[in-house]
Design a protein around this ligand. Structure first.
Ligand code: NOJ
Length: 795
């Protein structure tokens, strides 16, 4: 079933049916002011942090028809009929209510038509501002005059800490009150404390004739979002909040002649009364909204234009050119903190998650990626370990150690994870190659607890920390866990996956040491890599596959003889990615993945799922079979099978894995995936689930980041190098040609790739601005002009 389509020309996804299987959302704003909005105008807003800066309240896990949001109601003063400018919350019959939602890059527009009244509401956060705009237009398409009342409703939190607002009612309900003055409601929360703040909700370009600052005043004591008493009665109740729930609701009356249109601008944000009045004045100017929307589109579209593709697969193009890229930015902004699934329990950047996220935007905005990288490096502890969570209000040099009670109290995490620092190696290398700044290695960055060091020293410290934690089989000890949050291997269990990562880290460190002539370090890392290589080969390759881990009690996880989880995806893919697997082993293990783990919706994380056999390490057994870390199609891991296949030159197979997990592939089968067809989800239920093929955990997920890397660097094969660009595609053999526009070090390259012999990989010739480079896939920077035409012949 289809609920919408990709409008590539406008970089929008257009939802044509509002009764989507789940709320299909979009993100507005920036790291300063974030907002989530669904296709039915539900959602919430937050300043700085979803957990600690909630402004608009959201009720997680409520029925979809009963979610708070940014609602605008229309009531007809004659007929007394009423509806909402988005299908929900009133939910008129779709037989006579039409609506379209256009999700764009950091804006959403919802239009509706009902009883000859057309509305359109544009929601956005102006660039670099800490407030949001709801630009509402209403037009009379009738042949008679229509007298309408417009009600806008926003449910303000009583406390900006999510947990306080939702749970500590005996406190939060007694600290907030509202006032009304000149077209706007003001809310004050938290008395005179440091956390106290003012919020406003006002209307510009129209005169408010009524207001409610109390939720129950607007909805009625037993009212609901679909039956607000003020709307039913055709008039706000002029209530204010004192010891209850605040809201901002404003009423504007409009009398419209046939074909007449009216507009108004609702503004919601944090700030003083003076600021609110200034803004209301500012938005009286008819051009402001259009200009701001133009700037917003320009801002985002120019970022996306750094990498554009035209391939024979239109779904691939829509994703890479707009939605997948936009999702990667949203991930980099908000890590895993604020969505309809992440209910703001975390207040910061998950270490490994954010390193992966920043890598996914490196080719689009390496400056922003570099800034995040520096923040993450400052979340490294002086002993070389890393903070599992780098809080949004992180202050380098002052943080507690991850295994201290204080850190646990602040973040909920109580130990190091062995892999956090390991993600840095690829990220640092990628940043240097994208920016051309080898000197980044000399940048001095503080540690999270005390002291400071160069980036190079940070990396060396990370290796030292891990090399001091090798186990009985000379493999990396998990400490708490590795990439898999549910594999609790503890202080003696050894992770094979993380050992592959350590091997790759040592290799990259050797490359960097060589680059800056640190010969001793090079020899040191080389000898550790050799030892690790031999442990991995001696203990971990059995029966044509790599095992996953060895527990402290010597149980082998991921052995082919195990009753459950007898083949795991990640050790196979990472044996290839790390370079540990020999060419023969690489073919063998990927073949096994193809035979045992590959499904029509992607590869399973392992098979079979855990149902009975429980080692204490196997925390994922709490999940239902085929769900999350218990044998689902975990899409971040899918990225690595795509990458590994491209490394072996298997373009058809890599494409198959990609295509079966591309959300856009499900655009016409949305009843199956259910989540948005324009963004990645965390996982898809595996074959052991009765709902095999259903996706979960939209937007904020490592799936987006890691698959982006595998697509850009693996399938399309475009990678920055120290002094040029490598283009080494690994594509489905049916592709005859494709083209890419790539920005690189202030230059633009128009790359056209021809595949006359229908190969999967291999470049025979590159022609750069007329100059030929035979048997090379490298485009030297020194030969590039500002604008470059590149022809690449595969064969
Ligand atoms: C989701 C977490 O955000 C990520 O850090 C972790 O690697 C995966 N789950 C796998 O457990």
């Amino acid at each position: 079933m289809n609920y919408g389509y990709f409008d590539d020309a406008n970089k929008e996804y257009v939802i044509t049916r509002p009764d989507t299987p789940t709320p299909w959302t979009n993100y507005l704003g920036s790291t300063e002011y974030g907002a989530i909005i669904t296709n039915n105008a539900a959602g919430y807003s937050f300043i700085g942090s979803g957990a600690n800066g909630k402004l608009l309240r959201f009720r997680f896990n409520a029925c979809y028809s009963n979610l708070p949001g940014r609602y605008i109601y229309i009531s007809d003063q004659e007929s007394k009929d009423y509806w909402s400018a988005s299908w929900q919350p009133v939910g008129k019959s779709l037989e006579n209510y039409q609506t379209i939602c256009r999700h764009g890059t950091a804006y959403t527009e919802i239009t509706s038509q009902y009883q000859n009244i057309e509305t359109s509401t544009l929601y956005y956060v102006p660039l670099h501002q800490q407030y949001e705009i709801w630009h509402f237009k209403v037009k009379n398409m009738d042949t008679v005059t229509r007298n309408l009342s417009i009600f806008a409703y926003s449910e303000l939190t009583n406390h900006k800490l999510e947990a306080m607002d939702m749970n500590n009612l005996q406190y939060s309900q007694y600290i907030s009150r509202t006032y009304y003055k000149d077209n706007h409601l003001m809310q004050y929360t938290n008395g005179l404390s440091d956390d106290g703040c003012w919020r406003f909700f006002g209307v510009s370009k129209a005169s408010a004739v009524g207001w409610d600052g109390s939720r129950e005043g607007f909805l009625g004591t037993y009212g609901s979002y679909s039956t607000p008493s003020a709307v039913i009665n055709g008039a706000c109740n002029q209530t204010l909040n004192y010891t209850g729930n605040s809201c901002g609701s404003l009423q504007v009356n409009v009398n419209l002649e046939p074909q007449e249109e009216n507009e108004m601008v609702f503004i919601l944000g944090e700030g003083t009364d003076e600021m609110a009045s200034q803004l209301l004045n500012h938005y009286k100017n008819a051009r402001v909204v259009q200009e701001e929307l133009f700037q917003l589109k320009q801002y985002w579209h120019s970022k996306l234009e750094a990498f554009q593709v035209q391939t024979p697969d239109s779904k691939f193009n829509s994703m890479i050119n707009v939605w997948h890229s936009y999702e990667c930015f949203v991930n980099t902004y908000w890590s895993r903190t604020a969505s309809l699934i992440y209910s703001s329990g975390r207040n910061g950047l998950g270490y490994r998650d954010t390193v992966a996220d920043l890598q996914s935007i490196m080719h689009l905005d390496h400056k922003l990626a570099g800034e995040r990288l520096v923040t993450l490096l400052s979340g490294q502890v002086s002993n070389g370990g890393a903070l599992p969570l780098v809080r949004f209000d992180h202050i380098p040099g002052t943080e507690f150690l991850p295994d201290s009670p204080e850190y646990q109290q602040k973040t909920g995490y109580d130990n190091y994870r062995c892999d956090d620092g390991l993600w840095l190696f690829e990220a640092v290398l990628q940043y240097i190659k994208e920016s051309g700044k080898v000197e980044f290695l000399d940048t001095i960055i503080p540690y999270s607890d005390t002291g400071k060091a160069t980036v190079y020293e940070h990396l060396k410290k990370a290796l030292e920390f891990l090399l001091a934690r090798l186990g009985e089989h000379h493999l990396l000890i998990a400490i708490d866990n590795d990439w898999n949050d549910c594999l609790k291997l503890g202080s003696q269990g050894e992770s094979v996956f993380a050992s592959f990562q350590l091997y790759l880290g040592l290799k990259i460190f050797q490359e960097l040491a060589h680059l800056i002539h640190k010969d001793k370090d090079l020899i040191w890392a080389e000898s550790h890599a050799k030892e690790l290589y031999s442990s991995l080969q001696t203990h971990c390759f059995q029966d044509g596959q790599f095992i996953r881990a060895i527990t402290k009690d010597h149980h082998v996880i991921g052995a082919s003889t195990n009753e459950e989880a007898s083949l795991w995806l990640n050790p196979q893919t990472w044996s290839v990615i790390s370079g540990v697997a020999s060419p023969k082993q690489a073919e063998e293990v990927l073949d096994k993945v193809d035979k045992i783990l590959k499904t029509e919706y992607g590869a399973l994380l392992f098979y079979p799922s855990y149902t009975s056999f429980k080692l204490p390490e196997i925390n994922m057994a709490v999940y239902l079979p085929g769900v999350k870390e218990n044998g689902s199609i975990f899409l971040m891991a899918e990225a690595w099978i795509i990458k590994a296949e491209t490394m072996l030159g298997h373009g058809n197979q890599a494409w198959d894995y990609f295509n079966s997990t591309n959300p856009a592939s499900y655009n016409d089968k949305c009843e199956l995936h259910q989540t948005e067809p324009y963004v990645y989800s965390q996982f898809v239920e595996g074959i052991e689930s009765p709902y095999y093929g259903r996706a979960h955990g939209h937007w904020l997920t490592g799936s987006a980041s890691s698959i982006m890397l595998s697509v850009v660097e693996g399938i399309l094969g475009v990678r920055a190098d120290y002094d040029g660009l490598i283009v080494q595609p690994c594509i489905p053999s049916k592709w005859e040609e494709f083209s890419i526009v790539r920005h690189f070090r202030n230059k633009t390259l128009h790359i056209h790739v021809c595949n006359p012999d229908h190969v999967e990989k291999g470049v025979t010739k590159i022609v750069l601005n007329g100059e030929e480079f035979i048997n090379s896939c490298f485009i030297p920077l020194c030969k590039m002009k500002e604008l470059n035409e590149v022809e690449i012949i595969m064969g």
